[in-house]
Design a binder for this molecule. Structure first.
Ligand SMILES: Cc1cc2nc3c(=O)[nH]c(=O)nc-3n(C[C@H](O)[C@H](O)[C@H](O)COP(=O)(O)OP(=O)(O)OC[C@H]3O[C@@H](n4cnc5c(N)ncnc54)[C@H](O)[C@@H]3O)c2cc1C
Length: 492
C-alpha cells in the first residue's frame, strides 16, 4: 500500500493552497480530486476580487492583475441604468445615474461606513478564530485584540457597528437612501450566495464579513482566477506534490479514533496519518467519516449545519455580440447587477424559503462579446426533486430581453445547486459550503466541536469554505488548516 504524510481530499483552491504550505514544509503530500480539472468552485469565476496579501506572501507568488476598468452597472427597467467606477473601496464614482445628488452622497457615505467596519473585522479573518474558554494565552490575546480593535473605532462608530451588525440591510438602506436601484445594488452584495433576504437579520453582518475577507465591496475583477490556480498548481508540482484527478475518495478509514488510510472509488487504499478534507463539513463527516465514528451529539450538530445552496451558474451564448440598451459599449467590460429593488429581492427570497422557483430571479453577470456568465439567485437546492431548467432559462431571457438588444440564444448551460452538489460533491451545492450566519461564524464555524480546522478524529482536518472565514476565493482556509496540522505535528 502507498503511503503519504498527508492526503488532501479535493483539489479546490483551498486544498491546493494547503498542499503548497505542507509540501513547502517537507511533507510528502497527495491531492485526490474527483474532477478532471483542479480548482473546484473557483472555476465558476473567471476573475476574483481579492486574494489576501497574507496568502500571496505565504506562498510567495504573484498573480496576474486585471487591467480593465472596474465598472459596476445596476440595470434599471426604465433604462436609466446606474454605472459606477470602482477604484478601491474608498474611491467609488458615479458615471451615470438617475439617483439624486443627495442619494449619491448617502450611498458613498454608507459604503465608507461599511468599509470602516469591514476593515475592523478584517484582521480576524486571517487567523485561526480564538476559542472562548480555552484559557490559552494566544486565544485570550486574540479575543482582547478583537475587543480593542472595535473600541478603537471611537464611541460613535463603535455604537453604530454594534447597532447595525444584527440588522437587516433593508432597514439601514431605507433610513439613508431613496433610490430603489441603489438599494438593490447594495442589497445584492449582502444576500448573494446566502439564505438571507434583504430584510433578514444578519444580512449586514454577511455584507461586512464578505467585504472583510474579499477586501472589496463589489467583488469586482481584480485578479485572473486561472493565473492564481496555475500558480498554486505550479508550486505543488515544484514541491513534488502528487496530484491524482478523476478519482473520488469514498471513505476515510479510522482506527482508534485516528485516520489511517483513504479508500478510493477505484478500490485503491492509500495509507496516511493525516488528512485534510477540502470537501464540505457535512459530506466529510456524514459520507467520508461515517456516523459510526462520531458521537450522537456531534452527528446532530452536523445534520443541523445549514448548507442549502441558492445560486445557479448560467452561461448563455448569443448569436451576435451583446449590446445593452442605453449603455455605452465601454461599460460592457464591467459587472452587471439586476436586483432592481428591495421588494423584488424579497419576493425572490420568499419563494426560495419554500423551495419554490421564483419567476423573477436576481442576476449578477459579466459579458464577454456574445456570451453571458451569470450568477442567478434565488434558485434553491432541492432535496428530492429537480428544477425545470427550460423554465429557468425562460425566466432569465424575459429579464434580459428588457435590456439586451434583439439577439438570438445559440446555447446555454445551467448548473443549479443540485448540479453543483453532484459535480463537486459539495452538500447542498452552497457557494460557501454553508451559510455565513451568526451561529456558523468564527469559532462556531462550521459548528461547535469542529472549529479551528480540527475535528474529533485525530489526524483529520478541514480546510474548505465551510471553515473560518468562509467562502470566496481567498485561500485563507487552506493556509490556516495546513498551519494547524503542522503545529499539531510539532513543526508549525
Ligand atoms: C455559482 C458560484 C459562483 C461563485 N462566484 C464567486 C465569485 O464570483 N467570487 C467569489 O469570491 N466566490 C464565488 N463563489 C464561491 C467560491 O467559488 C467558493 O466559496 C470557493 O471556491 C470554495 O473553495 P474551496 O477550495 O473551499 O472548495 P471547492 O472549490 O468546493 O473545492 C472542493 C473540491 O473538493 C473536491 N471533492 C469533494 N469531495 C471529494 C472527494 N470525496 N474526493 C475527491 N475530491 C472531492 C471537489 O470536486 C472540489 O474540487 C461562487 C460559488 C458558486 C457555487
Amino acid at each position: 500500500m502507498k503511503k503519504f504524510d498527508v492526503i488532501i481530499i479535493g483539489g479546490g483552491h483551498n486544498g491546493l493552497v494547503a498542499a503548497c504550505v505542507l509540501s513547502k514544509n517537507g511533507n510528502k503530500v497527495l491531492v485526490i480530486e474527483k474532477n478532471e480539472k483542479l480548482g473546484g468552485l473557483a472555476n465558476y469565476s473567471e476573475y476574483l476580487s481579492n486574494i489576501s496579501q497574507e496568502v500571496l506572501k505565504e506562498l510567495n507568488i504573484t498573480v496576474e492583475k486585471n487591467t480593465s476598468d472596474n465598472f459596476v452597472s445596476a440595470l434599471s427597467e426604465d433604462l436609466n441604468h446606474t454605472v459606477l467606477q470602482i477604484n478601491g473601496s474608498k474611491n467609488v464614482q458615479f458615471l451615470q445615474t438617475s439617483a439624486s445628488d443627495s442619494d449619491q452622497k448617502s450611498f458613498i457615505n454608507l459604503i465608507n461606513k461599511y468599509d470602516l467596519f469591514a476593515r475592523t473585522l478584517r484582521s480576524f479573518m486571517f487567523k485561526k478564530p480564538p476559542r472562548v474558554k480555552s484559557g490559552s494565552r494566544s486565544d485570550i490575546w486574540q479575543l482582547f485584540t478583537m475587543g480593542f480593535k472595535v473600541r478603537l473605532l471611537g464611541k460613535k462608530n463603535m455604537r453604530e457597528l454594534l447597532r447595525v451588525i444584527g440588522l437587516n440591510i433593508a432597514d439601514d438602506l431605507e433610513d439613508n437612501i431613496e433610490s430603489d436601484c441603489l438599494k438593490g445594488l447594495i442589497s445584492n452584495e449582502a444576500v448573494i450566495g446566502t439564505n438571507l433576504g434583504a430584510r433578514s437579520p444578519g444580512s449586514i453582518l454577511n455584507l461586512l464579513y464578505n467585504q472583510a475577507t474579499n477586501n472589496s465591496f463589489f467583488r469586482i475583477n481584480k485578479f485572473n482566477t486561472n493565473s492564481f490556480l496555475k500558480s498554486i498548481e505550479d508550486i505543488c508540482k515544484k514541491n513534488n506534490v502528487e496530484i491524482q484527478t478523476n478519482k473520488k475518495v469514498e471513505k476515510i478509514n479510522i482506527s482508534n479514533q485516528s485516520v489511517n488510510s483513504v479508500l478510493l472509488n477505484t478500490g485503491e487504499q492509500i495509507e496516511t496519518s493525516a488528512i485534510i478534507s477540502n470537501s464540505d463539513p457535512k459530506t466529510t463527516y456524514l459520507e467520508l467519516v461515517g456516523a459510526s465514528n462520531l458521537d450522537t451529539d456531534f452527528i446532530r450538530r452536523t445534520n443541523n449545519y445549514r448548507s442549502r445552496g441558492t445560486v445557479a451558474k448560467v452561461n448563455i451564448e448569443f448569436k451576435n455580440d451583446i449590446k445593452i440598451k442605453n449603455l455605452e459599449s465601454k461599460y460592457l467590460s464591467g459587472k452587471f447587477v439586476y436586483a432592481p429593488n428591495i421588494k423584488y429581492i424579497e419576493h425572490a427570497f420568499n419563494a426560495n424559503k419554500y423551495n419554490k422557483l421564483t419567476s423573477n430571479p436576481c442576476l449578477e453577470f459579466y459579458i464577454n462579446k456574445n456570451k453571458i456568465s451569470a450568477n442567478v439567485y434565488f434558485i434553491p437546492y432541492l432535496k428530492k426533486s429537480s428544477h425545470d431548467k427550460e423554465q429557468i432559462l425562460k425566466n432569465i431571457k424575459l429579464i434580459l430581453d428588457k435590456f439586451i438588444e434583439e439577439n438570438q440564444i445559440l446555447s446555454s448551460l445551467i448548473e443549479t445547486p443540485n448540479d453543483i452538489e453532484s459535480k463537486y460533491n459539495i452538500n447542498g451545492g452552497h457557494w460557501s459550503h454553508g451559510d455565513l450566519e451568526i451561529d456558523q461564524l468564527l469559532m462556531m464555524r462550521p459548528f461547535y466541536g469542529s472549529s479551528q480546522y480540527s475535528t474529533p478524529i485525530n489526524g483529520l482536518y478541514l480546510c474548505s469554505a465551510g471553515t473560518h472565514p468562509g467562502g470566496g476565493i481567498t485561500g485563507i482556509n487552506g493556509v490556516n488548516a495546513a498551519k494547524q496540522l503542522l503545529k499539531d505535528k510539532g513543526n508549525g
